[in-house]
Design a protein around this ligand. Sequence first.
Ligand SMILES: [Zn+2]
Length: 235
Amino acid sequence: MKIILDAGHGMDTPGKRSPDGLKEYIINRAIANYARDALSQYANTQILFTHNDKVDVPLQTRTKQANAAKGDCLVSIHSNAAGNGKAWHPATGIETYVYLKHSPATKTLAEHIHHQLIATAGLPDRGIKTADFHMLRETVMPAVLVECGFMTNQGDRQLLGSPLFQKTCGEAIASGIARTFSLSRPQQMNLPKKAAAKGLYKVQVGAYGNRQNADALAQKLTKQGYPAYIIFEQS
Ligand SMILES: [Zn+2]
């Protein structure tokens, strides 16, 4: 399963920043990294990036790469802007885009990712929309573009700049992809009793219905030197 993640823009793309100077790419890239980390927890996944830190990879190059790599799906990650982009604006919330003409598979992918973002990120639901975006039009696999909040809204911007929110969005994208393609995590499969099989035995120490409790335990473990991470399982 080849998953293509595309963090929109580049480090020095003109104009793409919040009124107080936070670069959109910094946000998008962080969310892409968290999505990659979460997706790596599933069996048989390979995650490819079309962006890089050195240049703003042209859109044509991004979609060519994605198509040449024969990706099974693509998610382009963005942060929204309203007004002239230089002043704060009241528009807020999360929206997800698909191409004007899209396959049922694309629609399902968009629904699963969008639903998970709305369920976990805590911002208003602006819905799933259609648009003639290059990343959606020129890709041959199911492709979705997410706008994880408005850089031009003061509340959204605080969230978009926070690692916890970026992680929540990254994990929501990963879990939407996982649900669409029925990806399985190693701990959901039959555990081999002997060590003959190659793989990882993972240790779970807690499961909470409340995100704060999970964060608190993860922080405690990290402080004690255990590399903890949080996985959200839909019940
Ligand atoms: Zn963007």
